[in-house]
Write a protein that binds this ligand. Structure first.
Ligand code: NDP
Length: 451
């Protein structure tokens, strides 16, 4: 977007956002990315300006911040901060994950909640946007400490959520174990067995394929992008970052489609395994990260491959990159290296893993770039399917849920194609996802009046 009139409008709007939300850098970054796509669209459709949709969509409907006191194993009182951002409920109950990580703050959660509004709209399911979490660090805590923390967190959160109001799920640091403790405490306090959380265990209301959905969905989305250039995953070298839920199931699906994943990372560094991470090695990673809660360095020791402390995997030559760890993990220089090394597709399993400079590099090089709000929407889409099954008190088979997930990812790709195709035929998936996600929410807000 280099039109000076649009640029001026974007800068003016961003000055307003930055003055109103000082020091929330990730929130500014997420808003700017969306507004750059939307401004040209709303110039052609002035109703959105008259209705002040941009101002309204950037303001959370409600922000809840609360104290989370808990007792550690030594009997000492610890205090963390809890958050829930209820961003937008125009098209359904607030929906979005909980993140437990020491870097959590208001700006990070507002960026995630904002992205979630557009992502949830893209899925076509009736879900509004929200996000929450705490600066609690589960690393190094005992099982019982994690349980006591989750119980204290839910003791306050349960006053604000419900199956028709706000339905949280997992995110970084919140997996099946934490969802279990949170659900147990909600049920105990409210005396209700309802679908108030998603990502639940299959034994008590969870959906098959929910654990796999974000990773699988990202690979399905990348597959659709590759198809537009007559390509598939067969024989492709794939760089993956992270080693948690999203990364693990990304590898499983890439392997199934004939690709070879050669990297994985955690917050201490990355491993490079040129022979590929096959299903046996993946089984080990799942045990290492989900049960032992160990570090990727141990993988390098076990399989005698290279380990790069404090580095990220983007210098490794690959055809496809699937960042699946955290925000801003690929900068402009790293994006240039990826492109120089022949990478033709970057599809984001994580939320906002590419900096604005990195996105500029991908778009200038015209490689396939799937932004997180489209590419990783399979997770929340399957959470939506879990909500449907809970409401019907029925469980669908693996095949049924996976089939619906594939259809949803194909439809998100179609929406991006519709709103993001440029005159020369290049598909700008950033514009496509932002405008495609915006229209449904904005039109619903207009229909519901100035609320
Ligand atoms: P997990 O907690 O299961 O795994 C996170 C992984 O990322 C871990 O390997 C972790 O390393 C690494 N990581 C976390 N923070 C950092 C950091 N600051 N620097 C480097 N590495 C880091 O989380 P998920 O797999 O669920 O989430 C990964 C990403 O995907 C996040 O951006 C999340 O928002 C996004 N996402 C997740 C969805 C889901 O359904 N789970 C849905 C949509 C998006 P370590 O072990 O050292 O902490």
């Amino acid at each position: 977007m280099k039109n000076p009139i649009y640029e001026e409008k974007v800068n003016k709007f961003m000055a307003y956002i930055m003055a109103k939300n000082p020091a929330e850098l990730e929130f500014h970054q997420a808003v700017r990315e969306v507004v750059e796509s939307i401004v040209p669209y709303i110039e052609e459709n002035p109703i959105y300006t008259e209705e002040r949709i941009l101002e309204r969509i950037c303001e959370p409907e409600r922000v809840i911040i609360f104290r989370v006191p808990w007792i550690d194993d030594k009997g000492n009182i610890q205090v963390n901060r809890g958050f829930r951002i209820e961003m937008n409920s125009a098209i359904g109950p607030y929906k979005g994950g909980l993140r437990f990580h020491p870097t959590v703050n208001l700006g990070i959660l507002k960026f995630l909640a904002f992205e979630q509004v557009f992502k949830n709209s893209l899925t076509t399911l009736p879900m509004g946007g929200g996000k929450g979490g705490s600066d609690f660090d589960p690393k190094g805590k005992s099982e019982k400490e994690v349980m006591r923390f989750c119980q204290s967190f839910m003791t306050e959160l349960c006053k604000h959520i419900g199956p028709n109001t706000d339905v949280p799920a997992g995110d970084i640091g919140v997996g099946g174990r934490e969802i279990g403790y949170l659900f147990g405490q909600y049920k105990r306090i409210r005396n209700e067995f309802t679908g108030v959380l998603t990502g639940k265990n299959i034994l008590w209301g969870g959906s098959l394929i929910r654990p796999e959905a974000t990773g699988y969905g990202n690979v399905y989305f990348a597959q659709e992008m590759l198809k537009t250039r007559g390509e598939t995953f067969e024989g492709k070298i794939v760089a993956v970052s992270g080693s948690g839920n999203v990364a693990q199931f990304t590898i499983e699906k890439v392997n199934e489609l004939g690709g070879k994943c050669v990297t994985l990372s955690d917050s201490n560094g990355f491993i490079y395994d040129p022979k590929g991470i096959d299903s046996e090695k993946l089984k080990y990673i799942m045990w290492l990260k989900n049960e032992k809660r160990g570090r990727m360095k141990e993988y390098a020791d076990k399989y005698a491959c290279d380990y790069f402390p404090d580095e990220r995997p983007w210098g490794i030559k690959c055809d496809v990159a699937l960042p699946s760890a955290t925000e801003n993990e690929i900068n402009g220089e790293q994006a240039k290296t990826l492109v120089k090394n022949g990478c033709i597709c970057v599809s984001e399993g994580a939320n906002m893993p590419s900096t604005p400079e990195a996105i500029e590099v991908y778009l200038a090089a015209k490689i396939l770039f799937g932004p997180g709000k489209a590419a990783n929407a399979g997770g929340v889409a399957t959470s939506g399917l879990e909500m449907t099954q809970n409401s019907m008190r029925l469980s669908w088979t693996r095949e049924e849920v996976d089939g619906r997930l594939q259809t949803i990812m194909k439809n998100i790709h179609k929406t991006c194609h519709k709103y993001g195709t440029k005159e020369d035929g290049f598909i700008n998936y950033v514009d496509g996802a932002n405008i495609g996600g915006f229209v449904k929410v904005a039109d619903s807000m207009i229909a519901q009046g100035a609320v």
